[in-house]
Design a protein around this ligand. Structure first.
Ligand SMILES: [Cu+2]
Length: 154
């Protein structure tokens, strides 16, 4: 019996989700599929972010526009944590999220990724829109305890 061990939260929405009132949300990248297909993945760079109770390390992640990237999201904490960055996910062309034990999920657009304690997931993407984007854990209380960060595309 197959069983999904890692719960990947992918409120994959092709239609613009929320309007949250405080600031303007850019649309997601329209030609994400083309950007992913035309990228030279042999030049892929790997960046790792460690989630713990209750922080991201490093707190600031910097990616370079146009450079195919694998982001390893590793949860070294004792409980589940989220990598929630809605504006960032709109600023990249997403290829897939991969679990190194269970498989991979291809979707054009994610809003949040949850990783179980002791596990990791890899996000493959091409950074497209330069800017600074907030990162936080959406489990109640975690962001107040320090699970906040910033993602920059330069
Ligand atoms: Cu958390």
């Amino acid at each position: 019996m197959q069983r999904i061990i890692l719960n990947l939260l992918l409120a994959a929405s092709i239609f613009g989700l929320s309007s949250c009132g405080h600031h303007h949300h850019a649309n997601r990248i329209d030609n994400a599929g083309e950007r992913v297909a035309s990228a030279d993945w042999s030049k892929q760079v790997t960046v790792t972010v460690i989630m713990s109770d209750f922080a991201y390390s490093p707190e600031t992640l910097v990616f370079l526009e146009g450079v195919p990237t694998r982001l390893v999201i590793e949860n070294q904490g004792s409980q589940k944590h989220y990598f929630t960055a809605e504006d960032f996910f709109r600023a990249i062309a997403t290829r897939k999220v991969q679990s190194n034990t269970d498989g991979e999920i291809k979707a054009p657009y994610f809003t949040a990724i949850e990783v179980y304690p002791g596990r990791s997931l890899d996000l493959y993407f091409v950074p497209i829109t330069r800017g600074a984007y907030p990162l936080h854990c959406t489990i109640p209380g975690h962001s107040e305890l320090g699970m906040r960060g910033e993602i920059r595309i330069e």
